[in-house]
Design a protein around this ligand. Structure first.
Ligand code: 4AD
Ligand code: MG
Length: 466
């Protein structure tokens, strides 16, 4: 195939390209014709928000014959002279000398028209929606964030490890696992044997992972600093704008590290990612600020520039009680904080990211380190405006006996998790880590209200299309 220049590169280096011949490839956004026998074709290749304008002459012998077939949605390769453009908002355009039409597109049935489509409609055409401005911009930001995650941890000496997707542990202990089985429904129902997993592929219960943390701990207790970044699955039946059944999580884990160090790392991480997007995706951000969330740039800049508010759970409860908001969920020591509480703290009270530490023991999983008060654990949640919780983490229980007590309290089998207890018997050290939902980070940086827009193929209760 002939090599072509990406449209983003053409705009970025426009001065160098003017007067020269360039070749571009992409999909037609729109086409309009002038009375003077000229076609103006907007071509987009996904490398940036902007399309490049192609000027095609109806009498050009090279492409006269195919011009009528060039309609919205079709794919083209265009070679032509780059010229300064008189049109508003475009520095250059291409005067076509050659056009190759790859795939036609019926303008009457092509679902993506020039007009603005609703995000709900775009979700139904997930095979075409990456060609829209919104999903194109989301995809570039998601890509930059993912790369930024690796840069951040690699620069700080963390090793990237791959924790299993099929696992036998339910790290969060919430029972929100998807079972992995090769047994058909008949064999599960007959119940001939005591062991209903007999004849199943793993000969034991197996699930899709809800978190790579427990396995990351194993590696942190050997390599010091590690992170895992992969898909996680939760069957929680929460049909909300911030929950997915399949989402991507970034989970660092560090040995010789306490809650304070962990919190500092998490704050630096959020600032780093947001700062990177502000610099490297400014054009896409301006698009979202214009069409989706007017306060976007201000919120993101503030996240980078100001220190996060750090309060204990106890203080958070006190602040919430003192407020005159009419919350739907009651605020009491011992109750979980709900989205409405998180939003009040970040959007109204502090108007910036807030870290909450030291949650009641009963609210959190078995692995968190019990504090000296014995009532709370060394947990931390980081909340940001519009999203609420973006990070959840903790210092891990590194004392064998306390861990066993916690497991017994929460009904976790010390036999099943024998290996986890052994890590506290052979060279235990204080260690800590956190999990950040990539989609929540994409939501935060784009301002998009619904998490279904920020992952290519969202899985939610009742939905696993494509
Ligand atoms: O707070 P969570 O449940 O923490 C853990 O899973 C720990 N094992 C992490 C660790 O310490 N290594 O989840 C961590 C983050 C949340 O703060 C949220 O950003 C995201 O994962 N998350 C979800 N994102 C989308 N859809 C869901 N259903 C999510 N559940 C959690
Ligand atoms: Mg959490």
């Amino acid at each position: 195939m002939e090599k072509a220049t990406r449209i983003a590169e053409l705009f970025a280096q426009s001065e160098a390209y003017v007067g020269k011949t360039a070749r571009v490839q992409g999909w037609v956004r729109t086409r309009r014709d002038s009375k003077a026998g000229i076609s103006f074709i907007e071509l987009n290749d996904g490398s940036c928000l902007k399309s490049v304008q192609i000027i095609a002459d109806h009498n050009h012998p090279e492409y006269q014959e195919i011009l009528a077939d060039i309609t919205t949605g079709c794919s083209l390769q265009v070679e032509g002279t780059v010229s300064p453009s008189p049109g508003k908002g475009q520095s250059i355009e291409i005067r076509a000398n050659r056009i190759k039409l790859y795939g036609r597109s019926d303008p009457l049935t092509y679902p993506l028209q020039k007009k603005r489509h609703s995000l709900e409609f775009l979700r139904q055409i997930a095979h075409l929606r990456p060609r829209s401005n919104t999903i194109g911009a989301v995809t570039r930001i998601r890509n930059r964030l993912s790369y930024g995650v690796h840069q951040f941890f690699q620069d700080r000496g963390f090793y990237y490890i791959h924790t299993p997707i099929i696992t036998s542990s339910d790290c969060e202990g919430a029972g929100e696992v998807f079972r992995v089985t090769t047994l058909g429904p008949e064999s599960l129902l007959t119940g001939q044997s005591d062991n209903i997993f007999e004849g199943d592929f793993f000969n034991r219960p197996a699930f899709l992972t809800v978190s790579g943390q427990l396995q990351a701990e194993i590696y942190a207790l050997a390599l010091g600093k590690v992170y895992t970044f992969g898909p996680t699955f939760r069957s929680e039946n929460s049909n909300t704008s911030r929950h997915l059944a399949e989402f991507w999580m970034i989970e660092p884990e560090a040995a010789f590290c306490d809650l304070q160090d962990n919190l500092e790392l998490a704050v630096e991480f959020v600032k780093h990612l947001v700062g990177t997007i502000l610099v490297d995706c400014s054009e896409d951000l301006e698009f979202f600020a214009h069409f989706v969330e007017p306060a976007l740039l201000e919120t993101l800049q503030k996240t980078v520039d100001t220190s996060f508010e750090i309060i204990s759970y106890k203080e958070a409860v006190a602040f919430l009680k003192r407020s005159d908001e009419a919350f739907t969920f009651p605020v009491e020591w011992g109750n979980d904080l709900q989205a409405e509480h998180e939003r009040y703290l970040t959007e109204k009270l502090f108007q910036k990211p807030v870290a909450i530490i030291d949650f009641p023991r009963a609210l959190k999983p078995f692995y968190m380190r019990v504090n000296a008060d014995e009532q709370t654990v060394a947990a931390m949640d980081i909340l940001v405006p519009r999203i609420g919780e973006i990070i959840g983490g903790s210092q891990r229980e590194d004392r064998r006996d306390v861990l066993i007590e916690q497991m017994q309290l929460k009904g976790i089998s010390t036999e099943e998790y024998r290996w986890y207890v052994e890590l506290r018997e052979f060279g235990s050290v204080p260690h800590a880590g956190f999990g950040c939902g990539l989609e929540r980070m994409v939501q935060f940086t784009t301002g998009l209200p619904n998490i279904r827009e920020v992952i290519p193929f969202p899985r939610t209760p009742g939905h696993a299309e494509f």
